[in-house]
Write a new protein. Structure first.
Length: 647
């Protein structure tokens, strides 16, 4: 596979050293490379920097309060044998390069193990099928070189490159940076759109990375048939859909001396499209999850905010290439990315979306256990984590084996005036002072703890007060013990012996109030489990009767929660009980005036309440699974209000 690369090296060494290629033996190439060719390639070395950190990295460390004064950069000079072996068995490599405008681009090549491997000391040879018409990295590296002609460095510099070799079956990755010193693009018989690229990459820096946020995939080689869909902005709908479903992308950056290519991953949908229009432009945002705190990418972006992305679709071989300008967001507003301490916003300047362009496909496997959940809940609202009040736990009443009513005393912080919260509203509490144990790089026993900000929102199940005042007021939440750290603390803490005081960072919600106001629409409230809590605070809406219909799915062992329903509401409620339940418990619940049926909620149980003459307003509060089913049933309805307690 690499005979051409080796032959090119022989030719190159002959030019550099004045020797005839006939005089060289291929086994002597490493010796000649080390003795004569390597010193010609100039580059800022780690030893020339402060402990190996360049100015941008140092600035980000300072911004994020990361101690680095006594910490050396773990990046290795050259390509250690252990890294070379890992690169050889990786079936993919993401490559970064700069175009003639200095903009970074990223591409993904390979498809089978061994397509990239060492061919000399510190040199990787690479051979891959490429989309020679559209691939922006190929154009950046070999533009102007005719097919079959060889690019080789004339001054010892080469073209800056960065790379990430990646094995998605074993979650292994190695970062590489250096120069392309030899390259050529050959024609592929029978097609004008594909070519075969061969390159020699002189590796000057390398670093093995951890497996966090890598979602497993089985990669196989594929012969693509590229079709350019769009090379303009805004993005086509197909590209936006790709972003919304992506669980991985690759990004390249530069500090104007070296380059960096790496991966970002998460649960599908972790990248968010903020705007996509001619008037507002195209902007994306992605979270920077807890990593190794080297901040090599962010350090580059601090020096030079330009970035290049490749977002692959492993099932179809389609790919979205983007280049643009970045902004670093520390504690971004929840309207941009809830539950995120650090994020990067990208203003896209140029994009290409190509169907079936990549030389590989991938079968999805296990998602990384370190992926944080995607927060889509409207119950998270604070724009900052600054405490406006404190909430002290004063009582806990068990309503079922896993559900309790918790009463808090709310006291405003000095200088803050707390307005009464809305009916069916929620409170957002910051548990980080109780639960956050500080930074750790890996934690296989509790991987979700690495990105948890320990901020949670709970629906307030007691009616809002007329005023809070300076002296404070009580409020209640009704919560299920989920097994997570926050509810675990609330359910186990001995508050009678040791007070539990939690900062309050905001109030919000109120969208699930059933009062119709001026609207004559019929209202149907559909709840799952503790999704009934927005109704518990709406006493005034049911004191004089109300024609709202309530459909409630409830587990048998949670039937005790029915007793929390206000008397004026009980006649409007039909409970669908799932799981085991004793007959005497059913009769007790029926004695409260609610209608009870065994079994799951069915489509006709919801849609059968529809009133075509009056029109409908649907109010839904449940976990993600039930919400997905309900929204499918109500597809096409124009007045559906949704609140999830899934996160």
């Amino acid at each position: 596979m690499f005979l051409f690369i080796i032959a090119t090296f022989i030719s190159l060494f002959s030019i550099s050293l004045g020797n005839s290629s006939a005089q060289l033996n291929i086994f002597e190439i490493p010796f000649f490379y080390h003795q004569h060719f390597n010193p010609l390639i100039a580059m800022t070395t780690l030893q020339e920097l402060h402990n190996g950190w360049h100015a941008g990295e140092q600035a980000v460390h300072k911004l994020l309060r990361v101690p680095t004064s006594s910490r050396e950069n773990p990046t290795s000079s050259g390509l250690p044998p252990s890294y070379a072996r890992r690169v050889t068995i990786s079936p993919l490599v993401a490559l970064g390069a700069l175009d003639d405008q200095g903009r970074p681009w990223t591409a993904i090549w390979g498809g089978e193990r061994g397509f990239i491997r060492p061919v000399a000391q510190g040199v990787l040879g690479l051979q891959s099928i490429v989309d020679k018409t559209n691939d922006p990295v190929l154009k950046s590296l070999l533009d102007g070189i005719p097919d079959g002609e060889v690019y080789q460095t004339a001054d010892g510099q080469g073209k800056p490159i960065s790379a990430l070799s990646i094995d998605l079956e074993s979650r292994d990755r190695v970062k590489l940076a250096g120069k392309m010193v030899v390259g050529t693009l050959g024609a592929r018989p029978g097609t004008d759109s594909l070519g075969e690229v061969q390159m020699a990459l002189h590796i000057q820096e390398s670093l093995g990375n951890c497996p966090k946020y890598l979602n497993k995939k089985t990669i196989r080689a594929h012969i693509p048939s590229p079709e350019l869909v769009s090379n303009t902005l805004p993005l086509p709908e197909e590209a936006v859909k790709l972003i919304s479903q992506a669980d991985m992308f690759f990004l390249s950056s530069t500090n104007n001396q070296t380059m960096d290519t790496n991966h970002r991953g998460g649960a599908p949908g972790f990248v968010r499209v903020l705007t996509n229009s001619e008037s507002d432009g195209v902007t994306l945002v992605y979270p920077e999850y807890s990593g190794n705190r080297l901040y090599q990418t962010l350090g580059n972006l601090h020096v030079n905010p330009l970035i290049g992305l490749a977002i692959p679709d492993y099932e179809t071989s389609s790919v979205l290439y983007l280049t643009g300008t970045t902004s670093l967001l520390v504690n971004p507003p929840s309207s941009i990315l809830p539950h995120t301490k650090l994020a990067v916003k990208i203003t896209v300047n140029s994009a290409l979306y190509i169907r079936d362009s990549l030389p590989f496909r991938g079968e999805p496997g296990e998602l990384s256990p370190y992926n944080p959940p995607i927060c889509t809940s409207t119950s998270y609202s604070p724009e900052s984590a600054t405490a406006i009040a404190s909430a002290t736990l004063i009582s806990r009443t068990l309503l079922s084996s896993t559900i309790s009513k918790l009463t808090f005393f709310l006291k405003p912080e000095r200088g803050h005036i707390i307005e009464p919260w809305k009916t069916a509203g929620h409170v957002t509490l910051d548990f980080s002072t109780e639960l956050d144990n500080g930074y750790v790089h890996m934690n296989d026993d509790d991987p979700q703890s690495l990105n948890d900000d320990y901020i949670r929102s709970f629906t307030i199940s007691s009616p809002p007060p007329t005023e809070v005042g300076k002296n404070g007021v009580q409020f209640e939440i009704t919560a299920r013990k989920t097994g997570g750290p926050v509810t675990g603390l609330l359910f186990r803490h001995d508050y009678k012996r040791v007070p539990l005081e939690i900062p309050v960072v905001g109030f919000g919600g109120g969208e699930l109030r059933v009062s119709s106001g001026e609207s004559k629409k019929k209202r149907v409230f559909v709840a799952g489990g503790v999704g009934i809590t927005p109704l518990l605070s709406q006493v005034e809406d049911f004191e004089g009767g109300n024609d709202v219909e309530v459909v409630w799915s409830l587990r048998g062992d949670d039937l005790g929660l029915v007793g929390e329903l206000k008397e004026g509401l009980r006649g409007n409620v039909k409970v669908f009980v799932t799981g085991d339940v004793k007959d005497e418990e059913l009769e007790k619940a029926r004695g409260l005036g609610v209608r009870i049926e065994k079994g799951r909620v069915k489509r006709e149980d919801v849609l059968g309440l529809k009133d075509e003459d009056r029109g409908m307003r649907w109010l839904l509060c449940a976990g993600e699974g039930m919400l997905k089913v309900l929204q499918g049933w109500l597809e096409g309805e124009d007045d559906v209000v949704v609140e999830s307690f899934g996160y």
